[in-house]
Design a binder for this molecule. Structure first.
Ligand code: GDP
Length: 329
């Protein structure tokens, strides 16, 4: 059954008043695959645009088990204590398969999910990462219009989704743990160049010394690499999401980074580049969607696949034929 929809005005007013239930329904509208909902969602975003863009957008990534949810719960608690209103969103590439979120599990974010100044939204499901990240970007705008001034976008560190999140946030935190191996945690995979702050989590109990050692090694390595094009040598911090140690220091480092980026113009420049990228991504997403939905193309594709299975044809030529068929119909 179709969910009852409000008018655009009702959504705008409810969201601007910070009404959670209207915000959640607005996000469901944005996430909907129905054409009629898309039209309404576009109108809604257009009306809300003047109230967006003022929040700080923070990406948080790391391998499963590194402590992302626990970290966000603890760090978000500190943000609230400092007078902020954090919202937590996720880009979860697995959600389309599991039909449910493995991230931003509300029960793992006890403090935030029950706090009146915070908002936790589980990951949207979707057929593709492109679709999911487009929805997350729009959800972010809705949250900003509702008055949330710190948006934490969580993703599991599996490559593509990190890139998608990097394209929608102002600063990026990569969570690490000792003993998990550099390769696995993406340290050798070019992440060095775009993580703004490396956070070694679980720096508590018997692991404290090991975490300090890892921090020193990482700092030495980072020092050898040139500062990023944003004029900032990535910081390395240790913390414990369980007992909160190191969180204040991390927040200070984050704030000084943001100050610097605003001062040297990279903050604004990154936002503009992201807007351009968003446009490009969405054109590609819409074209791909239309292509996949086309019945004639689908039929031709099935027969092309049979040819391929018998090694009778060349995939590149078949792809070109299919695209031609789509545009020339
Ligand atoms: P995620 O998969 O990255 O979201 O990780 P979780 O937040 O679910 O944490 C995975 C496990 O690590 C849980 O058992 C947490 O209690 C534990 N954990 C998270 N942060 C810390 C920490 O700072 N110190 C310790 N000792 N354990 C932690």
């Amino acid at each position: 059954m179709l969910a009852k929809r409000f008018s655009v005005r009702q959504y705008v007013e409810g969201i601007r008043e910070g009404n959670r239930s209207v915000l959640s329904r607005g996000i469901s509208l944005v996430e909907s695959e129905l054409e009629s909902d898309r039209t309404l969602a576009n109108e809604l975003i257009q009306c809300l645009l003047p109230y967006t863009g003022k929040a700080l957008r923070i990406g948080v990534s790391g391998i499963p088990g590194v402590g992302k949810s626990t970290f966000i719960n603890s760090f978000g608690g500190l943000l609230i204590a400092k007078g902020h209103h954090p919202a937590v969103l996720t880009v979860d590439p697995s959600s389309s398969k599991t039909k449910g979120s493995i991230l931003a599990d509300k029960t793992r974010m006890e403090t935030l999910s029950h706090h009146p100044n915070a908002y936790v939204r589980p990951s949207p499901a979707g057929p593709s990462l492109g679709g999911i990240s487009a929805k997350t970007r729009e959800t972010m705008l809705l949250c900003e219009a509702a008055g949330f001034d710190r948006i934490l976008v969580e993703t599991v560190g599996v490559g593509q989704s990190e890139t998608a999140v990097k394209q929608m946030v102002d600063v990026f935190l990569l969570l690490l743990i000792t003993g998990a191996g550099d390769e696995l945690q993406g340290i050798k995979r070019g992440i060095m160049e775009w993580a703004d702050i490396f956070v070694i989590n679980k720096a508590d109990g018997t692991n404290t010394a090991e975490a300090d050692k890892m921090k020193q090694t990482l700092q030495t390595v980072l020092h050898l690499i040139h500062p990023t094009e944003r004029g900032w040598e990535p910081a390395v911090k240790t913390c414990s999401s369980l007992n909160g140690k190191g969180m204040d220091d991390l927040l200070e480092s984050l704030e000084s980074l943001v100050f610097k980026l605003k001062e040297n113009g990279h903050f604004e420049q990154t936002r503009i580049t992201q807007q351009h990228q968003w446009l490009e991504d969405h054109i590609a997403f819409l074209l791909q969607k239309k292509f996949n939905e086309d019945k004639a193309v689908e039929k031709a594709k099935q027969s092309a696949m049979k040819d391929l299975n018998q090694e009778k044809s060349n995939p590149i030529r078949l792809a070109e034929d299919l695209v031609r068929l789509f545009f020339e119909k």
